[in-house]
Design a protein around this ligand. Structure first.
Ligand code: NAD
Length: 314
């Protein structure tokens, strides 16, 4: 059995650590948010008062934080991860961050003789709870076997993407493809309906034809077609628009630094920015369907219901 230090016990870190505890490991967690700590403690995580306390005698140190700036700050702080790490520990960042941050943490760790991998995930909150997340790993080959063992209780599939920052590169490209596919489902669903197709019949046709995609199968933005769609639930978030905006922005930044043109990703960013400018950043990203109709009135979306409901933001 191993001892894990875990920094960031939010929507993803909470259920991921619960699975480590359920597998018999010791987890010492640290988070700035008292509610997140409380929830993680009910899953069996021992709450630490500092990063140093969480890392004391740890075998592995995971970060699951919102953005690159948070990851940098916990690594670089005077009493942060670098200050407390030893070369016996495996350091892993599972947050979705920008390439530059990931490279900087790899370089800083290497300079200090420490073992760092990037280990982002796909599968969302439900995959975190079920222990079926897909992990994509980037780093030195000799770290991968040990990393895969640490990850096993949280993962349905772990794939070594390549050297340093290749895990995060895969994650950014994957999510960019997802949001472009989401635009296709949004546009296809509305045009089909406007042309008089029965929505259920059209979805069945696309499912066995070339319009099929993960977004079409899981997030189809029309109510009453598939259970997992936010359209059934007034577009309460399964994947928040502001997080989708963050991820598409990471892809566009990478496109700019590499010179690759990403016009479809730019369009996706416009969709998300439009929703955010309307104060809908905490709603599901599939609400982009609303941008397609001249009056913004779309089946499944009732803004009044949202105004009277308790805030879904977390
Ligand atoms: P979240 O906001 O629910 O959790 C992040 C936690 O980090 C919060 O509890 C916050 O208090 C804590 N935190 C922030 N700064 C901190 C600091 N300096 N020290 C300690 N704790 C700190 O976010 P989440 O949904 O758990 O996502 C985490 C990461 O995983 C993000 O990068 C996200 O893009 C990525 N991700 C999320 C999903 C998803 O479906 N939610 C899926 C795949 C990947």
């Amino acid at each position: 059995m191993s001892t894990y230090a875990w920094i960031g016990l939010g929507n993803m870190g909470g259920p991921m650590t619960a699975n480590l505890v359920a597998a018999g490991h010791t987890v010492r967690g640290y988070d700035l948010d008292a509610e997140a700590c409380k929830a993680a403690a009910t899953g069996g995580v021992q709450i630490a008062g500092s990063i140093a306390e969480a890392m004391d005698q740890a075998d592995a140190v995971f970060t699951m934080l919102p953005k690159g700036e948070h990851v940098r700050s916990v690594y670089e702080a005077d009493d942060g991860i670098w200050a407390n790490a030893t070369n016996h520990m495996l350091l892993a960042d599972s947050s979705t961050v920008d390439i530059e941050t990931s490279r900087a943490i790899h370089a800083g760790s290497q300079e200090r003789g420490l073992n760092f991998i990037d280990a982002p995930v796909s599968g969302g909150i439900s995959g975190a709870a079920a222990g079926t997340l897909a992990f994509m790993l980037g780093g030195a080959p000799e770290l991968m076997e040990r990393a895969t063992e640490f990850i096993a209780p949280m993962s349905g599939k772990t794939i070594v993407a390549g050297g340093p920052s290749m895990g995060i590169a895969a994650k950014i490209c994957n999510n960019m493809m997802l949001f472009i596919d989401l635009m296709a489902s949004a546009e296809g669903s509305q045009l089909a309906e406007a042309l008089g197709l029965d929505p259920e019949v059209f979805w069945q046709i696309a499912s066995v034809s070339s319009g099929r995609s993960w977004a079409q199968q899981t997030w189809y933005p029309v109510p009453g077609i598939i259970d997992t769609a936010a359209a059934n639930n007034n577009f309460e978030a399964t994947f928040r628009t502001d997080l989708a905006r963050k991820d598409i922005g990471l892809a566009l930044d990478a496109g700019q630094s590499t010179g690759v043109q990403l016009p479809a990703a730019s369009l996706a960013r416009e969709h998300f920015d439009e929703l955010i400018s309307q104060g809908l950043g905490d709603k599901d990203c599939s609400l982009i369907v609303k941008n397609l109709l001249p009056d913004g009135v779309v089946r499944g979306w009732n803004p009044k219901e949202t105004e009277s409901a308790p805030s879904a933001a977390s």
